[in-house]
Design a protein. Structure first.
Lengths: 299, 235
């Protein structure tokens, strides 16, 4: 009961603190706002890059060409062996007939030429299309497939894929690095701004100590105030994220420059980023206050 | 019974200056004690140790059963809730009203609202400022501000009231008003220790007087034995 009373007073005091020291609060809030906008941009950017690279990686397929004269039973055997491979996401089998029909359908010229082939003349090969879970292990999967009896050739864009993976990994790492660095900078900036705010209220802390407030009692209103500043500071960045990203998405029709680069759908993505921004704002605000108050408390 | 007991207390600051040497002092419950001495004699250090703003380098200090010398920083609030402190510069929150300033001391310890209201009004009545409850400190005179500070210090019914030159910023007439309030509080059983430079007040009130010089108690006048002439020998 007593703790509840103190807590409710602390909440009231934290609101009072924000509004009675409004000019200083405004300084903290704008600092949080500006840095969070930058953080939001970098999060949106890095998640989009991540999304795009993942999509590209998902498209990578191993195609295993079986011997042209392979029999149905042999194909089933190969399938069994495929199933036992690690890192296998899914596979599809295209029989010789299916491959032939597909080609015939794709153009009239093919059709007329192919129609003249007898069964034994048909050089097309039945194929397994294989997708893997972990793109980095694609080379090994391809090698194991190659070793299966009856598999003639295996193609997955060797060489190029490896390069792509390296580039994408680097890009992603840089993205995460930038976001992490920005959050750190934000924390630092906000901590310092809040420190100034609290420094100007040293007297208040001194009096609180004097009249018998415990350290926790002194810290909580300031920490709540930091939290409040964080929430207030994240309002504009959230607006920017939600409206800005929706606008961007509509404007570019969901893709950047080419259909190849797809943007992440704004719903629920922009909301998730917003949630993240509030949480970052709150945590950083609380952390800043906590650090600053600690300085003035003899603990 | 002794409310305060100091034994062989010594305080050396980090810069090497020793402010208090081997000090022994006992103050009984309900006493009114003046601490006087020239600037730099250790008066402030002495009372700062009593409300545990400073820690003694060695020795023992017991205030109301609490071993203040051994009190950890995080537990200081336990002591502060038992005592009231009044300063020369009032230390009021100018953004809060008189009422809020006094209520502050009770709010931080989690008293319920109705209890706070009752105690704050009683305390403001005692210092004669009930009618100014909704004013801000900046709209009050120095004497009134000091009375608010006193109201805040005693709202919690402390056993001990420490006053660090409470009349230092006030004119003689206002100072006497403050003294009347303090005497009233003392009559109700609160022990008061008051550091002052104001010899006129000390002369008039005829209370126990402790004279400090260079960190040592050079004279301890029992109630009524102090006269201004006798201290001249020490100056």
């Amino acid at each position: 009961m007593k703790a509840l009373r103190i807590l409710s007073r602390n909440i009231r005091d934290s609101f009072k603190g924000v509004f009675r020291n409004f000019s200083l609060s405004l300084a903290s809030i704008s600092c949080i706002t500006i840095t969070l906008v930058v953080v939001a941009l970098s999060i949106v950017l890095s998640i989009n890059v991540n999304n795009f690279t993942t999509l590209v990686e998902k498209d990578v397929t191993i195609v295993a060409f079986l011997r042209s004269d392979i029999k149905e039973e042999e194909a089933i055997e190969i399938e069994e062996k495929l199933k036992s491979l690690d890192n296998l996401e899914k596979y599809t089998y295209h029989s010789k007939q299916e491959v032939t029909d597909e080609m015939k359908e794709s153009s009239e010229t093919f059709k007329s030429v192919m129609d003249s082939w007898s069964e034994s003349e048909n050089p097309l090969q039945p194929t397994f299309e294989v997708k893997v879970n972990d793109i980095e292990g694609i080379g090994e999967v391809a090698k194991s497939i190659k070793n299966i009896d009856g598999v003639e050739t295996v193609k997955y864009g060797e060489g190029m894929i490896e390069q792509l993976i390296t580039v994408f990994n680097t890009v992603r790492k840089i993205g995460y690095g930038v976001v992490a660095a920005l959050i750190l900078v934000t924390a630092f900036l906000i901590t310092n701004t809040i420190k100034i705010t609290i420094f100007s209220r040293k007297r208040e802390i001194e009096i609180m100590r004097l009249v018998g407030a415990s350290n926790l009692n002194i810290k909580i209103p300031f920490i709540l105030e930091g939290l409040l500043l964080g929430v207030l500071g994240s309002i504009i960045p959230i607006g920017v994220t939600i409206y800005g990203y929706n606008y961007l998405y509509e404007h570019f029709n969901g893709q950047l420059f080419s259909p190849f680069i797809k943007l992440v759908k704004p719903n629920p993505f922009s909301l998730q980023v917003s949630g993240l921004l509030v949480i970052i704002g709150m945590l950083v605000g609380m952390f800043g206050s906590w650090r600053a108050v600690r300085k003035y408390l003899k603990i | 019974m002794d409310l305060i007991r100091m034994r062989k207390v010594k305080k050396t600051y980090k810069n090497g200056v020793t402010a208090i040497y081997d000090l022994d002092l006992k103050i009984k419950k309900g006493q009114f004690v003046f601490v006087i001495g020239s600037t730099g004699c250790g008066k402030s250090t002495l009372i700062k140790m009593l409300y545990r703003e400073e820690k003694p380098t060695s020795g023992n200090i017991v205030v109301g059963g609490l071993n203040v010398a051994k009190l950890r920083n995080s537990k200081v609030y336990k002591l502060r809730r038992k005592i009231g402190v009044v300063f020369q510069d009032f230390k009021l929150l100018n953004k809060n009203t008189v009422y809020e300033n006094v209520a502050f001391a009770l709010e931080v310890i989690g008293e319920p609202k109705n209890v706070i209201h009752e105690k704050v009004i009683k305390s403001l009545e005692l210092v004669g400022l009930k009618h100014k409850a909704n004013n801000y400190p900046t709209h009050l005179s120095g004497g009134e501000q000091q009375r608010v500070a006193i109201a805040r210090a005693i709202v919690n019914s402390p056993k001990l009231l420490i006053c660090d030159e409470p009349t230092g910023n006030l004119d003689p007439e206002t100072s006497m008003e403050i003294m009347k309030v303090l005497l009233e509080i003392n009559k109700m059983g609160t022990t008061i220790i008051m550091v002052t430079h104001d010899t006129e007040i000390v002369n008039k009130l005829k209370k126990r007087v402790i004279l400090l010089d260079s960190g040592r108690i050079v004279k301890d006048f029992e109630e009524g034995t102090y006269n201004h002439e006798s201290i001249k020998n020490f100056k």
